[in-house]
Write a protein that binds this ligand. Structure first.
Ligand code: AMP
Ligand code: MN
Ligand code: MN
Length: 318
């Protein structure tokens, strides 16, 4: 770990970026740190947060309206730039700003991340990047806006504190954070469990059309652009589908594909201990964690399923 305020001493311009297709942990870690620095850095310090527009469910997170969805590559370089919940390859529009910063700091929990910063705080045993951001903060200087954002990040990446990436340290952080008094129960309901009617129907269709492979140890399902368009949905609305198929009894690895464009699919994988999906994702140019990982692949859905299943089979027969 490093001393956050020491590394920021004297900084006049600070940038923060998260990964493309931001999820709850990306939103939580970026806005948790953003709110903390807004409160604790000198008033004349510029603090800018960069991220693609996340799902509407995060609209109530403080600072979401301040996010830069585009970047000016020719802007004055940042003194310090944080890359959160990813390595620099997934920073999207913020990548040139990170590359051009005087000091680069990378805080992440992806096992596939070798460290992109001058300073790296990368811990693959942590449940979320938000938990690692929390480690860097002085609890006495945290406010409700910051606490609520970090809480969302932790909740989302640990499946509401259920996945095996939840540790005693995670729970101690969460205990501190809910001490700020926000309505955590409604927050979980509204950002994690609640789905629109259209999302529920597409999820139902994806479940109905799911197929089993390798004697029921692998399940997969696919959502096409045509289906998303028919229901007025985008990739942001697909959260949760892969977890549903992982719940099928006997399934050790779940694979979910949604179409990004013609012959290009986002692949999400979830597994039990039997399969290390990070290794498979890295093989295909993506990354992630042992039990949750993703990548973008080109080809037809059938081809991609065949290629991914072959890698899964190699692990299952080891
Ligand atoms: P997803 O299936 O998109 O929910 O991602 C599962 C986990 O893998 C998350 O922690 C993602 O941040 C990570 N992940 C997804 N896609 C990639 C990628 N292309 N490169 C690195 N990590 C990824
Ligand atoms: Mn993430
Ligand atoms: Mn994360």
């Amino acid at each position: 770990m490093f001393d956050l305020m020491k590394e920021l001493a004297g900084a006049a311009r600070v940038g923060i970026g998260g990964h493309v297709r931001p999820d709850g942990d990306c939103v939580g870690s970026v806005l948790g740190l953003y709110n903390y620095l807004q409160k604790n850095m000198p008033a004349d310090c510029v603090i800018d947060a960069y991220m693609e527009r996340p799902s509407d469910v995060f609209d109530t997170v403080s600072g979401i309206d301040k996010i830069h969805e585009t970047a000016d590559e020719n802007c004055v370089p940042y003194d310090v730039f944080f890359c959160l919940d990813c390595d620099e390859s997934r920073l999207g529009h913020a990548a040139p700003l990170f590359a051009g910063a005087k000091k680069k700091i990378n805080v992440d929990h992806h096992i596939s991340n070798a460290g992109s910063g001058d300073i790296n705080y990368i811990d693959a045993t942590a449940g979320s990047a938000s938990e690692l951001v929390y480690d860097l903060l002085d609890l006495d200087k945290v406010d409700e806006a910051c606490a609520r954002a970090l809480y969302i990040g932790i909740i989302h990446d640990t499946g509401v504190l259920q996945y095996s990436n939840t540790s005693p340290k995670t729970l101690r952080a969460v205990a501190d954070l809910i001490g700020f008094g926000f309505d955590f129960s409604t927050l979980i309901e509204e950002t994690f469990y609640q789905k629109t009617y259209a999302q529920t129907r597409v999820c139902g269709k994806a479940m109905f059309e799911s197929e089993l492979l390798l004697d029921g140890r692998v399940a997969y399902t696919v959502v096409t652009q045509k289906t998303m368009q028919e229901y007025g949905l985008t990739g942001k609305d697909m959260d949760g589908i892969v977890n549903q198929i992982r719940n099928i009894k006997g399934v050790e690895c779940a694979v979910f594909l949604y179409e990004l464009s013609d012959k290009e699919f986002k692949v999400s994988m979830r597994s039990t201990d039997a399969v290390n999906v990070s290794d498979i994702a890295v093989f295909f140019g993506g990354g992630g964690h042992k039990k949750a990982a993703g990548a973008t692949l080109e080809g037809s859905a059938e081809e991609i399923i065949a290629r991914v299943t072959q890698r899964i089979a190699m692990q299952l027969t080891k």
